[in-house]
Design a protein around this ligand. Structure first.
Ligand SMILES: C[S@@+](CC[C@H](N)C(=O)[O-])C[C@H]1O[C@@H](n2cnc3c(N)ncnc32)[C@H](O)[C@@H]1O
Length: 230
């Protein structure tokens, strides 16, 4: 009988982190390459600051640092020690910092970054409100954000991607089938799309663009939300 995992973030478990890193490193020619990274590059090109400082919240093993360019500095904040070490191994550069830290208490000075990205992290957060408040705190006024997360409108399709699923009122947990690796432990918090948008707006992160991508079974798995701090 499947049971709930007792830590909030399964990625801090080394075996789970390793499976995630393997999947992201091996996969190619799919949604990330075709849609996500081109959209991120377009977003970055829209930042008018000449050498912007970009913060990546929940940066995983840092692939985002190499898929976008033109930044003055990239800072990846990630709670998994394994993934931070992997990022340093793969993508170290003078203008890239990979640091251990948490979305709920970012190790970043207030209003010090020009852009914040966060890719497929929000739906892993039990306390979205604190994370959004922190994102807003560190982003300078007029700075841009790019958030990609699971679209709750497609939660029924997401459920089909898991095995051994356990579901509560607020979240579901199970082993997700990732490309290129064994099913791996994963937690999905239920966050209706409008709730995510409302949280961003509540903390001064004004939403300017919402798009959906990655079609499966007639639905789109991801929502991308872009905007600026007012
Ligand atoms: C699906 S992975 C995405 C990683 C990376 N953004 C990417 O797209 O390759 C989710 C990431 O969110 C991170 N994460 C989960 N809870 C977090 C928290 N409270 N603060 C920061 N990151 C968190 C995990 O450690 C993991 O690296």
């Amino acid at each position: 009988m499947p049971q709930f995992f007792d830590a909030e973030n399964p990625f801090t478990d080394e075996a789970v982190a390793k499976q995630w890193a393997t999947s992201v490193e091996i996969e190619s020619g799919n949604w990330r390459d075709k849609v996500l990274y081109p959209e991120m590059r377009k977003w970055l090109a829209g930042i008018t600051e000449p050498k912007p400082i970009i913060l990546d919240v929940g940066s995983g093993q840092g692939r985002g640092s190499t898929e976008i360019d033109g930044y003055g500095k990239y800072i990846g904040v990630e709670p998994s020690e394994f993934l931070v070490d992997r990022a340093k191994q793969l993508y170290s550069a003078a203008n890239r910092d990979f640091v251990i830290g948490n979305a709920y208490e970012l190790p970043i000075v207030s209003e010090s970054v020009d852009g914040v990205i966060s890719v497929n992290v929000f739906f892993h957060l039990a306390d979205l409100e604190t994370a959004v408040k922190e994102m807003s705190r560190v982003l300078r006024r007029g700075g841009s954000f790019f958030v990609n997360t699971a679209s709750y409108d497609s939660v029924d399709v997401w459920k089909t991607l898991y095995t051994d699923l356990v579901v509560s009122e607020t979240m579901m947990q199970g082993n997700i089938r990732l490309p290129e690796t064994e099913p791996t432990l994963n937690t999905f918090y239920f966050q209706p799309n409008q709730l995510v948008i409302d949280r961003l707006e509540k903390y001064g992160l004004h939403v300017e663009k919402v798009s959906y991508s990655c079609e499966k079974d007639g639905k789109t798995l991801f929502i991308t939300i872009e905007g600026r701090r007012v």
